[in-house]
Ligand binder design. Structure first.
Ligand code: PGA
Length: 265
């Protein structure tokens, strides 16, 4: 059986509610596959309209961030339960722009992961090294630390909902990407770390790649054994380009070999 893949569009601070529904309408007219989980991380104000429009389709709408508290005196913040009520099924956590432009640290991201799981919103935990860390040959150390801090004490029964996205910071929005082999090696490393932190069940946690994914490079990336999909920023903003990415993933899924079970190397 071919592996089930995810494609997540991260719109960042783009698209009003109206633009979101126009986009979803256009995307649905272009995408013919139901084999791929299509997720859209939209701005808070577009969640309700987008989720309603995407109801009964294979598009899943989610958010790009949330607060770690259930509720409280946190002016300007959004709680998981509010996102859920608006129609968000998942939330990006620890995206590099949150870590670096909004100074979110590992401890806060850990609390957000726990809160999302408690509030029944699927967390997509984003991790990745900066160019400086990579040049200093600290990539594995950084990834291990980010995974360990975010996922320690996560209740095992909730693990089925978790997704991880490996996104090297230097690849985000730059047009630079690691080679598919380098991506595979990092995903295999993430899997090992997940197994150490979470035990056997870690083998089934989907690990996505993010950072300058385009329609031209996506097929080679998702063909790698430990890549379960992609997180797409800039190239998800145009429904035509995003549809081409989805179609190329579908093509690659048909061509790719099934993933070997862990422990059966
Ligand atoms: P990019 O962004 O595809 O524009 O590099 C990826 C992301 O921010 O998740």
């Amino acid at each position: 059986m071919a592996k089930k893949l995810y494609v997540v569009g991260n719109w960042k601070m783009h698209k009003t509610a109206r633009e979101s529904t126009d986009y979803i309408e256009a995307l649905l007219s272009k995408v013919k596959t139901s084999q791929i989980n299509i997720y859209l991380a939209v701005p808070f104000t577009s969640i309700a309209a987008a989720a309603l429009y995407a109801k009964d389709t294979n598009i899943v709408v989610g958010a790009q961030n949330m607060n770690d508290a259930r509720e409280g005196a946190f002016t300007g913040e959004i709680a998981g339960l509010m996102l859920k009520e608006a129609g968000a099924a998942f939330v990006l956590l620890g995206h590099s722009e949150r870590r670096h432009s909004f100074q979110e640290g590992d401890a806060l991201i850990h609390r957000k992961v726990l809160r999302a799981l408690q509030d029944d919103i699927q967390p997509i935990l984003c991790i990745g090294e900066t160019a400086k860390e990579r040049d200093a040959k600290k990539t594995e150390e950084v990834i291990q630390k980010q995974l360990l801090s975010a996922l320690q004490d996560v209740p095992k029964e909730n693990l089925k909902d978790l997704l991880v996205a490996y996104e090297p910071v230097w690849a985000i929005g730059t047009g630079k990407t690691p080679t598919p082999k380098e991506i595979q090696a990092m995903h295999a490393f993430c899997r090992e770390c997940l197994a150490t932190i979470l035990g056997k069940q870690a083998g089934s946690i989907p690990i996505l790649y993010g950072g300058s994914v385009k329609s031209e490079n996506v097929a080679d990336i998702v063909a790698e054994r430990d890549v379960n999909g992609v997180l797409v920023g800039g190239a998800s903003l145009d429904s035509k380009i995003f549809a081409a990415i989805i179609q190329n993933i579908a093509g690659a899924t048909k061509a790719s070999k099934p993933r070997r079970k862990r422990g059966k190397k």
